[in-house]
Ligand binder design. Structure first.
Ligand code: FPP
Length: 256
């Protein structure tokens, strides 16, 4: 019942954007898989497997309620340092999820995109990813961005190198570099800034995620472990976002 009411509230706000802002871009740090599994006396990978269920429900619901962009932190540049078996199993899980969920993405008109140092992914993952990205490229209801082998510092380093190369070839002059030039050289080019960043599991840090893109995002932390994250938690986060006053450096009076 509560869920239905919150859902109705969200639908209402979609129809009345001026009254209640609705996040166009939600980014999620899906944390707590390992601890969730440990609490149940299971291996960490059991947590990741159950994490895919939360991914599926969150993606479907976001598309249904009108979120235009959803970015999920699925594997960071630092995650390569995890035990080899965990990394391998996570990569397997990605391949099987991509295979399994292609129909779901098509059904909900969701376009898949990936951000990160994709060339560092195992060939099998890269191929499956490219296949699903191509197969969903004309979908337009929502863009699902998977952050894979992603780290903000890596992204910014890559961005600077790309701009540097263009300066060397006289394609860009240093005086012309502005925020939009930088945006166009990030992995997230063509995506809007993040409006709402959610992190699960009670940790309150950013872990090298979208540091440039969250400059004015609203941050929301919940104690729920990622495998337990369901629609009610998403609605709670959005309702909380809707209560915030986003001033972007201005005063309240100026906004009114
Ligand atoms: C963080 O929890 C989670 C990850 C590093 C992996 C996230 C992967 C999934 C949710 C499954 C596959 C994803 C897709 C998109 C199909 P943690 O392992 O750091 O948890 P802990 O902090 O409790 O150890």
């Amino acid at each position: 019942m509560v869920e239905i009411l919150v859902f109705a509230a969200i639908k209402m706000t979609q129809e009345n954007h001026k009254e209640q802002p609705f996040p166009k871009h939600i980014a999620i740090i899906m944390d707590g898989n390992g601890r969730w599994a440990k609490r149940k006396g299971k291996l960490r990978i059991f947590g990741h497997e159950n994490g895919t269920k939360a991914v599926r429900s969150t993606v479907e619901t976001c598309a249904k309620i009108g979120v235009e962009n959803l970015t999920l932190y699925a594997f960071s540049t630092e995650n390569w340092k995890r035990p080899k078996l965990e990394v391998q199993t996570l990569m397997q899980l990605l391949i099987s999820s991509l295979r399994k969920e292609l129909d779901t993405l098509k059904k909900h008109d969701i376009r898949l995109n990936a951000i990160g140092n994709l060339e560092s992914l195992p060939v099998k993952v890269f191929k499956e990813l490219t296949h699903v990205i191509e197969a969903t490229s004309t979908n337009s209801r929502m863009t699902l961005n998977l952050a894979l082998s992603y780290g903000s510092r890596d992204e910014l380093t890559h961005c600077m190198k790309e701009i540097g190369k263009k300066i060397k070839k006289n394609i860009i002059s240093p005086e012309k570099i502005d925020e939009s030039v930088i945006n166009q050289h990030l992995y997230t080019r063509n995506l809007p800034d993040v409006d709402l960043l959610i992190r699960t599991s009670g940790e309150q840090r950013l872990s090298n995620f979208l540091l440039w893109q969250i400059a004015y995002a609203e941050l929301y932390f919940t104690d729920v472990y990622w495998p337990d994250f369901r629609d009610e938690h998403l609605y709670e986060a959005i309702a909380n976002y809707q209560k915030r006053e986003r001033r972007f450096g201005k005063t309240s009076e100026q906004l009114n």
